[in-house]
Design a protein around this ligand. Structure first.
Ligand SMILES: Nc1nc2c(ncn2[C@@H]2O[C@H](COP(=O)(O)OP(=O)(O)OP(=O)(O)O)[C@@H](O)[C@H]2O)c(=O)[nH]1
Ligand SMILES: [Mg+2]
Length: 327
């Protein structure tokens, strides 16, 4: 039997101090904690541990859809409507780079610029590459920190299933799939499985031709959607450039939220998400720690040599190695 000692940073005083600052609205402390979580730093792991027990007041909205359909513009409009009600918003942009808006990090920054200085809004863009920690884990960690910072609404923007390596369902309480009438890509994304995950479909760019046709088609596929409210997805249209349809969208989000909460479905969803997170963590930690132990095991080393030379096939080698075990 292999036993593990818990080894994260152990720097509890630093962690508690940082969390205290975050909950008091210190944005620099929040940025620092997010960076530690993103990088998979041991201190970041202790920060996440200390966030428990979760006191979730926040609601997490996932916004997904093909590049360039107008997700960021939509989120910016929605944020404004929440701010009208003095509701604070945290925004996480996952890998917002697309050929449509040409380096969208910059584009998003410009679109969101007016919110950057508002203390009620916190925006963080994150790349999907170059880091050791899996994307869902990073996003989940950041939502927790934003919640601690008192953000009522947290929006996660992602380009969708597959591409960004993020199953938005595993981090969001509610999923909005954004489409645009003139984009062939939108249909492709639907085919790629997005239609099953949508609580709400938004057809953005309703100023463009083809909108009625698209609404008709979507209403047909919406029956297989996810929405608890009607047993099918809600279909709405918006024009994010001028804000048309956004109030309607916000009301629809609120109606879904109420139903998710009162029916117990939200609790169930979060239970499932926590369980997925636990499995992921166990597998990751086992892999990391077993690897170290394995490389120090003499039988493993000799078996590895035999496999390398072709003296034994890897399938039989695995069986005999596991049967014997190691300390
Ligand atoms: N005509 C029209 N254009 C829009 C509308 N909403 C957004 N756009 C434009 O569409 C382009 C892409 O918008 P973004 O908000 O960057 O789209 P996105 O989905 O966030 O793009 P990525 O993050 O790169 O995937 C921008 O030039 C927007 O100005 C709309 O309702 N009508
Ligand atoms: Mg964007």
């Amino acid at each position: 039997m292999v036993h593990f000692k818990p080894t994260y940073s152990g720097l509890w005083i630093v962690v508690i101090e940082l969390l205290k600052k975050i909950s008091q609205g210190d944005r620099r402390a929040l940025s620092k904690a997010i960076s530690l979580v993103e990088a998979g730093d041991p201190l970041g792991l202790d920060i996440l541990r200390a966030c428990y027990p979760e006191d979730w007041q926040s609601f997490v909205i996932g916004v997904t859809g093909a590049p360039g359909v107008g997700k960021s513009t939509l989120i910016s409009q929605l944020t404004e409507r929440y701010l009208d009600d003095d509701i604070s918003v945290g925004i996480i942009g996952v890998d917002p780079t697309s050929p449509f808006s040409g380096g969208a990090m910059l584009g998003d920054r410009i679109r969101m610029e007016k919110h950057y200085l508002d203390p009620r809004v916190f925006i963080r863009s994150m790349a999907t590459r170059d880091l050791n920690v899996s994307l869902p884990k990073r996003v989940r960690g950041i939502t927790r920190l934003l919640s601690l910072a008192g953000k009522d609404i947290i929006v996660v923007e992602s380009v969708g299933v597959g591409q960004a390596d993020l199953d938005i369902r595993n981090v969001a309480d509610l999923v909005i799939v954004v489409l645009a009438p003139d984009m062939g890509d939108s249909i492709q994304f639907l085919k790629a499985g997005l239609m099953e995950i949508a609580d709400i479909f938004v057809i953005n760019k309703s100023d463009r031709p083809g909108i009625d046709n698209m609404i008709h088609n979507l209403n047909e596929v919406a029956d297989s959607g996810n929405n608890i409210l009607l047993g099918r997805s809600v279909v709405l249209k918006t024009q994010s450039l001028n804000g048309e349809g956004i109030v309607n969208l916000k009301q629809s989000i609120e109606a879904c939220r109420e139903l998710l909460e009162s029916s117990g479905a939200l609790n169930q969803k979060r239970e499932d998400q926590r369980s997925i997170e636990f499995f992921e963590l166990v597998f990751q930690e086992l892999k990391l720690r077993l690897k170290d132990d394995m490389y120090n095991d003499s039988i493993f080393k000799s078996t590895l040599q035999k496999v390398k030379k072709g003296d034994i096939d890897p399938y039989s080698a695995v069986l005999s190695f596991l049967e014997r075990g190691f300390s």
